[in-house]
Write a protein that binds this ligand. Sequence first.
Ligand SMILES: NC(=O)C1=CN([C@@H]2O[C@H](COP(=O)(O)OP(=O)(O)OC[C@H]3O[C@@H](n4cnc5c(N)ncnc54)[C@H](OP(=O)(O)O)[C@@H]3O)[C@@H](O)[C@H]2O)C=CC1
Ligand SMILES: O=C(CO)COP(=O)(O)O
Length: 343
Amino acid sequence: MIKHSVCVLGGGSFGTALANIMAKNGHQVSQWMRNEQQVDEINLTGLNSRYLPNAPLHCELLATSNLEQAIRDSDTVFVSIPSKSFEQVVQRIEPLLTAEKILISTTKGFNPNRFELMSDVLRRNPVTQRIGVLSGPNLAKEIAAGQMTGSVIASSEEAVRHRVIELLKSPTFRLYESKDSKGVELAGALKNIYAIVCGLAKALNVGENTMSMIMTRSLAEMSRFAVHFGANPMTFLGLAGMGDLIATCTSPLSRNYRVGFAIGSGKNLTDAIGSLGEVAEGVNTLKMVVEEAHRNHLYMPLAEGLFKLLFENATLDSLIGSMMTGEQTWDVEFATTEEKKNV
Ligand SMILES: NC(=O)C1=CN([C@@H]2O[C@H](COP(=O)(O)OP(=O)(O)OC[C@H]3O[C@@H](n4cnc5c(N)ncnc54)[C@H](OP(=O)(O)O)[C@@H]3O)[C@@H](O)[C@H]2O)C=CC1
Ligand SMILES: O=C(CO)COP(=O)(O)O
């Protein structure tokens, strides 16, 4: 095995879960975070109590607040910073990059400053284009607890995909390859909107017919949006699409689901986000996606209904109405050609 030097940017739950797997796999791993107390806690006690309590970390995982050294010493950099701060952190590392370094985004969201994905932010650096996206049904707390998990590494460069597999594969973490970076990344970002919808529905005690319809029509809506922006619709049937949609739309471990559940239980959006203490990417994603759907005349009744509920004081009836009384359409219309619809 080749021992790689890896740096994970971000001290949150997902960055910590990934850093821990790679350290256990025998790679040299540093995890950069801005909070000195958290650095000391990880290095002295092997715990990240704020973000990943109950998960003992491997003794070779080195937490650090020295960004410059962490980047200089690494051949692969995982960026696990919420979308709100992603661009700002990437700008800080740009002067430290070299042409061989591989950059992997694990962040499922859009840049709030302009309509672009995290890999677009990475690609704007002038030094390395060795870029990948990791996405799938990857609830950090389950990964840290050693639950079997699958994920997708998407990149146009084979060596990038293989590097990530070499770093992360373990008896409980399995990776699948994809060349459809756009589809994989859009799937991971978009599903957060529908996790909020499903959390809300669950709080209202809807039946399983209803949950199934919401999730399946969510997949249709996500895919329609992504296909418009160049993704392969088949990607949405895989782990990054269907897989992650199921995990986040059904698990109270998902922060986005929890935001929806809190709203369905009567909290307002500010309180629902406030009580999380962690990132729920779906709220910003919803704003960006609804705006872009309008601009491109894309039909997204669930996202539209949620947007009106959260930001325009609409009632829950309007969200239900947008799903039930919208334009009559074909099933799996996003992946079917006109001729096939008529067979
Ligand atoms: N958690 C999960 O199950 C999964 C998460 N993801 C994705 O991973 C991304 C990261 O999420 P996750 O680890 O869960 O997030 P968390 O909310 O758990 O943690 C966020 C981390 O980012 C740090 N951070 C925020 N802003 C800055 C900044 N400006 N400079 C430096 N550090 C900063 C925070 O530091 P501080 O504590 O100092 O504020 C904290 O360490 C998200 O986009 C999410 O969609 C993907 C798959 C699974
Ligand atoms: O993306 C995730 C699991 O795959 C995590 O979802 P949340 O950000 O909603 O917790």
